[in-house]
Design a binder for this molecule. Sequence first.
Ligand SMILES: N[C@@H](CCC(=O)N[C@@H](CS)C(=O)NCC(=O)O)C(=O)O
Length: 215
Amino acid sequence: MIIYGSSLSPFVRKTGAFAAEMGLDYEHKPVMPGADDPEFRACSPFGKIPGFRDGDYCLGDSSAIIHYLDTKHPGSGLIPADPESRGRALWFEEVADTVLVPPMGAIFWARVVSKLMGTEGDEAAAVTAETETLPPVLAYLESQLADGREWLVGASITLADIAIASPFKNLEYSRANIDWANYPRLKAFVDRVLARDSFAPLLEADAAMVGAVTG
Ligand SMILES: N[C@@H](CCC(=O)N[C@@H](CS)C(=O)NCC(=O)O)C(=O)O
């Protein structure tokens, strides 16, 4: 099983951590988005990361990969079976992919990716994301943890936790200006999820790249 893509991508991180939480071994092949490596493009025709290969079977989207793995290896509980919990887990994955990642991406591109690429970052877009787009998302997530729960859905880790925590690593790398005093439960939650062994290999792969730009 191969996951293609830069470890810096929150979508690659989500996919790798999900596979690892399932107890599955995978090989990580670092590939930049849009790379024309034919092996990667056979799995991700539009060049998005992650790409994925399981033998001759290929996929090019994190959610599709995760649902494939969950169906092929049932019983992990990472995507709960009961309808309400399942709906909530998928809801949080969608919030991560479509609501949290866009402002995170603006900040990460301006402060990290642009430096890696030697281009001018759009700092104004980063500040707008930091001050306008991101705070309501953080407030919503804090509210979802307000009853002191450990996990976003149910009594054990699910896709919801993996998906929501993943982009926060990019915000950390970007040294995003977040007043964590306003979001104490979210801060503890993110730290707890990202410290799991399932995230470790891809976070180790980040270190050299991120260290080069953030010191
Ligand atoms: N819906 C896709 C989104 C993947 C995605 O947008 N990845 C970014 C990197 S974080 C990418 O490949 N961007 C390049 C592009 O959109 O061409 C997924 O969940 O895998």
